[in-house]
Design a protein around this ligand. Structure first.
Ligand SMILES: C[S@@+](CC[C@H](N)C(=O)[O-])C[C@H]1O[C@@H](n2cnc3c(N)ncnc32)[C@H](O)[C@@H]1O
Length: 269
């Protein structure tokens, strides 16, 4: 396996990557915001959004915490965060794996679809937790692809889809590009951080080929298929068959579970 460290879409065309991030946000934001409601995000909170992407979560937080709060939207490449403006919002270029983050400073530290992309997600979780103030919350949300699968295994494209999905997951994890299983172990990793009032929820959605979510996958495939081919995991024709499944509205599949986990730092620290 070749080693390909770094964010897999770092060299993507800016417009394509923005469109992909926006679809991701449309799918996952309502659940994320519901979790924020559950833990009680409110006016005056100081929030850190790590791996902020296109900024939709930071924007929601800024509105919620209002003029007395603060939101830092941090990303290794904050190119889509230019329009996050206002006296209480800061778009910050920051690599969470190495740059300093203020300790004990935030009422909420959140990340989504970030830990699967880093080499040492436990270290990143610890760094994020260190930034939470006493009594504050950590919320982390990551996918677990162990539940993925065709809804109808007798569909003519089911086998091609399943082969791609398995090859994709195993190859990218082995190559250090992304670990789509990390959401499965995330609750245990958060539990070991010593947080209290922990909560968990996992959602696995059903997508159709041809819908917006499948287009997001097809866009991501552009960055990934070269790795699958180079490592001999799949052939061009197997990749083409999988793409047909992602384009076919009669094909339904269960996407990766999105595992959300939250916990609170003890008020006395
Ligand atoms: C898949 S996107 C998710 C974006 C957003 N969190 C969401 O769920 O819509 C991952 C984001 O994490 C950022 N990222 C990747 N590695 C990072 C790192 N080491 N430090 C900070 N951000 C990182 C990427 O630039 C990208 O914006």
């Amino acid at each position: 396996m070749s080693s390909q460290p770094g964010y897999f879409a770092a060299d993507a065309e800016a417009d394509d990557e923005l469109a992909r991030l926006q679809i991701q946000a449309t799918v996952h934001d309502p659940t994320t915001f519901r979790h924020f409601e559950t833990i009680g995000v409110t006016e005056g909170w100081r929030c850190l959004e790590v791996g902020a992407g296109a900024g939709s979560v930071a924007r929601w937080l800024a509105e919620r915490v209002g003029p007395t709060g603060k939101v830092v939207a941090a990303d290794i490449d904050p190119k889509y965060l230019d329009n996050l403006t206002g006296p209480t919002v800061e778009a910050r270029r920051s690599d969470i794996t190495r740059d300093d983050v203020e300790r004990d400073s935030y009422d909420l530290v959140h990340s989504r679809l970030l830990l699967i992309h880093v080499t040492d997600p436990v270290d990143v979780l610890q760094r994020m937790t260190a930034a939470v103030c006493p009594g504050g919350w950590l919320v982390a949300e990551e996918p677990d692809n162990s539940v993925c699968g065709p809804v109808d295994r007798s569909h003519p494209l089911a086998e091609a889809w399943a082969r791609y999905n398995q090859g994709f997951g195993e190859c990218l994890a082995a190559a250090g590009v992304m670990d789509m299983r990390f959401g499965g172990i995330l609750p245990a990793r958060v539990e070991s951080l010593g947080l209290v009032e922990m909560g968990t929820e996992g959602i696995a959605r059903i997508f159709h080929g041809g819908d917006a979510d499948s287009h997001m996958v097809i866009q991501a495939m552009q960055h990934i298929d070269g790795i699958l081919l180079a490592n001999g995991v799949l052939t061009e024709s197997e990749i083409a068959d999988a793409r047909r499944a992602f384009e076919d509205p009669t094909f339904l599949y269960r996407e990766a579970l999105m595992q959300s986990v939250w916990g609170r730092k003890l008020p006395n620290g």
